[in-house]
Design a protein around this ligand. Structure first.
Ligand SMILES: NC(=O)c1ccc[n+]([C@@H]2O[C@H](COP(=O)([O-])OP(=O)(O)OC[C@H]3O[C@@H](n4cnc5c(N)ncnc54)[C@H](OP(=O)(O)O)[C@@H]3O)[C@@H](O)[C@H]2O)c1
Length: 479
């Protein structure tokens, strides 16, 4: 539900890729469906020497489909541009004046930092000094800041960034975004688990043998990402954030309410319980790879040791999950772009059908398909009709598209509306970020002791990836 007073959505990095591809289309979609408070404005901020019309023309050329909508011109009426050098203190005072002039009455402000991470702290410090983050009481207009990923590069830098930012604004003003949390199927994980008495009793170490989570990417270093990616790698770029966020939702206890605090309290407990890889046999817990030709990509070191594929066998040391392996995998240039969670159940205690050689057959699994073709699959065994006892696998499918016949909103749209409404449930709190880095750091430290396998583009990554599964535990899903 929209708040009563209008919001100025101030995008730092307004001439950039994220703004054109995601933020403006998401904001426009929310606007034309009536999900924004009346009078909401979009204020673009960047260094380009544009005026309002220059920015509007840039959007017309870059955002694509929204410009064909009958309400696009109306939307543009609320679009402004303020040329600002984010490293220059004086420019923020000018920005403050321009924002006041654009909306003279009470107005909430969302500052979206769609700029490189080095600018996060200086921008917030300059905003603070210019009074842009000051809020009056608890009922006055709100000042909120959205920070993009990456948030830090390890535990040390993330902790320092948290401390510095929280010296300038409250945790309730800070929205650390992971767009995965805006995806419908990710949110549906909570509904599926905690609304259905059918499944939740089985969702623990007593019945679950293994959980595997994949974030697979079909692309490589497109759009000049090589230079950045080579300093990050798959563990920092995807595993630390998207994979661990999905894991936290799959493994958390039921929150006592859907309030942000209760959800985030439960997520952080899972992340805290992730067993550090210090002292474990690295080769049994980590497989890393690099796709062939990566070192020839623009911006990449020709000797690069950066992983473009990482797979890990993780454990959550708590009552619910003690002893259950969580296999996590992400990679570039896999044959398909897909994200899924497969929860594999144990065999019944006594085998009535089939002999001991059937250890590879695990009839029961629940697969949450997060993208594409969002949905849920449940597999089980049935008897084939006829004489004899021939057992065959069967599947129940639920597909979002088939069931609801309406487009799924983009993750950024959902999250932008949440920021405007002050709902932090789908944003990451400082302790969650730090716990994610704690575990990722332990993985990265041990990763260097494992070989860097080369794998072909359009393959499922190194063959060694399947060796993370124990005997009879199965293998990685393929799409
Ligand atoms: N693109 C994506 O799909 C994506 C996905 C996830 C996360 N992110 C994150 O989102 C952020 C932005 O990514 P992007 O791909 O949109 O970057 P980008 O295309 O390189 O855009 C960067 C923006 O920052 C502005 N900028 C740079 N230095 C500035 C300064 N000193 N003062 C004012 N403006 C400045 C640039 O505008 P001027 O040159 O006009 O100043 C430009 O608008 C990054 O943190 C990235 O990690 C991006």
């Amino acid at each position: 539900m929209a708040t009563a007073i209008p919001t100025q959505v101030v995008i730092f990095g307004a001439s950039g890729d994220l703004t054109a591809r995601k933020l403006v289309p998401a904001l426009f979609s929310a606007f034309h469906q009536g999900h924004l408070p009346g009078g909401t404005q979009l204020i673009g901020v960047a260094r380009r020497p544009w005026d309002d019309n220059g920015f509007r023309e840039h959007l017309a050329q870059t955002v694509g489909k929204p410009t064909e909508h009958p309400r696009w011109a109306e939307f543009l009426g609320g679009v402004h541009y303020v040329r600002t050098h984010l490293d220059t203190a004086e420019d923020y005072r000018e920005l403050a004046r321009a924002l006041d002039a654009a909306a003279p009455g009470p107005v909430n402000r969302v500052f979206y930092l769609a700029v490189k991470p080095e600018l996060f702290l200086p921008s917030v410090a300059h905003m603070h000094a210019a009074g842009l983050l000051t809020q009056d009481g608890t009922n006055g207009p709100r000042r909120r800041v959205v920070v993009e990923k990456p948030f830090g590069a390890d535990l040390g830098s993330a902790t320092v960034l948290n401390q510095n930012l929280l010296g300038l604004l409250g945790e309730d003003q800070l929205y650390r975004i992971d767009h995965y949390l805006g995806k419908e199927t990710v949110q549906n994980t909570l509904v599926f688990r905690f609304r259905n008495a059918l499944f939740e009793p089985l969702w623990n170490q007593k019945y679950v043998e293994l959980v595997q989570i994949t974030v697979g990417e079909a692309i490589g270093m497109e759009n000049g990402r090589g230079g950045f990616y080579d300093t990050a790698g798959a563990a920092r770029d995807i595993l630390q954030n998207h994979l661990l966020q999905v894991l936290a939702l799959v493994a958390m206890e039921a929150p006592s309410s859907m309030q942000a605090k209760d959800i985030r309290d439960e997520k952080v407990k899972v992340l805290r319980a992730l067993r550090s890889l210090d002292g474990l046999d690295a080769r049994k817990h980590i497989v890393r790879g690099q796709y062939e030709g990566y070192r020839a990509e623009p911006g990449v070191d020709p000797q690069s040791q950066t992983e473009t594929y990482i797979a890990a066998r993780a454990y959550i040391d708590n009552w619910r999950w003690g002893g259950v392996p969580f296999l996590l995998r992400t990679g570039k240039h896999l044959p398909a772009r897909f994200t899924s969670v497969k929860v594999q159940f144990r065999m019944p205690p006594h085998t009535l059908f089939g002999g001991p050689d059937e250890c590879h057959l695990r009839p029961n699994a629940i697969t949450l398909r997060i993208q594409p073709n969002d949905g849920i699959d449940i597999t089980f065994d049935v008897k084939e009709p006829g004489q004899g006892l021939v057992i065959q696998p069967a599947k129940l499918n639920f597909d979002y598209a088939g069931r609801f016949q309406k487009a799924t909103p983009d993750a950024y749209e959902r999250l932008l509306i949440d920021v405007i409404n002050g709902d932090q449930a789908l944003f990451i709190r400082s302790d969650e970020i730090e716990q994610s880095w704690r575990w990722t750091d332990s993985l990265r430290a041990r990763m260097r002791e494992t070989p860097l396998h080369l794998y072909g583009r359009n393959s499922w990554g190194p063959f060694a990836g399947d060796e993370l599964f124990g005997e009879c535990e199965g293998r990685w899903v393929q799409g």
